[in-house]
Ligand binder design. Structure first.
Ligand code: NAP
Length: 265
């Protein structure tokens, strides 16, 4: 029997792409769509599809009670995500979360919620397989090249900065440079923010411009050389293979899994 999926944030840029993807999959049924905007209207007004009867609601809890979904996919906003996760997990529903802005403190709370409610949750700050490889290669490079800065570039409608991918990349890099001591000089930042954000010793620079989708560059520097690792998502379909993989694996994980790399074969 097809698994029932609810898409939360269904009218957003990512949500619409996910709705299209679910409708194409024969093993999954789009059971409901939730968003704060366009409530009471049919999703086929916002996503190019023939589906009738999929009415947008802003009541996630009510939709869960009515549809009894197997999985919720969430692409909403950093401010809404913790409440959404609480609602999903407390109802015992497995969740796939792409929404960013989740902190390390949040992750501990989510892990406890998942265990308590015997539900699984996969959170990935980036569902593009190429981006996962970029992070893996950056972690490997950090074993040999300790000086590194990250530039992340996104469309100008993105709410949070730095990106979840940049945070995650910095965390992975730091796992491989335990004894790193930065060459200390008395830097003068005459304009606040010029050197970017300091995330546990890794500088992150966030660029927001129309025309961009999701891009990241990691620049390692050493005497007489630099190494740049770069990934570009040119459109949101780049995230869909990761979503399909997450759908396949969500029943097999246990509790919280953070990062798509943990379910890649
Ligand atoms: P978006 O276009 O702003 O879409 C978000 C949608 O969610 C909006 O329609 C928004 O409505 C709605 N929403 C907000 N709060 C809600 C709630 N409590 N319940 C239901 N719906 C709610 O944003 P996007 O570009 O699709 O991105 C969504 C999230 O995914 C962001 O955090 C982004 O960084 C992240 N993202 C992740 C990946 C990945 O691979 N993991 C890739 C791309 C983007 P309003 O407009 O009224 O707020």
């Amino acid at each position: 029997m097809a698994k029932k999926v609810i898409v939360n944030g269904a009218c957003g840029r990512m949500g619409r792409e996910v709705v299209k993807t679910i409708l194409e999959l024969k093993d999954y049924q789009l059971a409901g769509v939730c968003d704060l905007v366009n409530t009471g209207q049919n999703i086929n007004k916002y996503v190019d599809c023939k589906e009738e009867g999929l009415i947008i609601t802003n009541d996630l809890e009510g939709l869960i009670q009515e549809k009894k979904p197997d999985i919720i996919i969430d692409f909403t906003t950093p401010t809404a995500i913790m409440d959404n996760i609480k609602t999903g997990l407390e109802n015992g529903v497995n969740m796939i979360v792409g929404t960013t802005g989740i902190t390390e403190v949040d992750l501990k709370i989510i892990e406890d919620l998942a265990i308590k409610n015997k539900a699984n949750i996969l959170i990935a700050p980036n569902f593009a397989v190429g981006a996962v490889l970029m992070m893996r290669y950056a972690k490997e490079a950090a074993r040999y090249l300790k000086n590194v800065e990250i530039i992340e570039l996104h469309h100008d409608q993105k709410l949070d900065s730095p990106s979840g991918t940049a945070r995650k990349t910095a965390e992975l890099i730091n796992q491989n440079r335990e004894n790193y001591k930065k060459n200390k000089i008395a830097e003068i930042e005459s304009l606040s923010g010029a050197r970017g954000a300091d995330y546990n010793g890794v500088r992150i620079h966030s660029i927001r411009l129309p025309g961009l989708i999701a891009h990241q560059e990691i620049i390692f520097g050493a005497e007489g050389q630099t190494l740049t690792i770069r990934h570009d998502s040119y459109n949101r379909s780049s995230f869909m293979p990761g979503i399909r993989l997450a759908l396949e694996k969500i029943d097999q994980i246990s509790g919280l899994v953070y990062g798509l790399e943990n379910i890649l074969d």
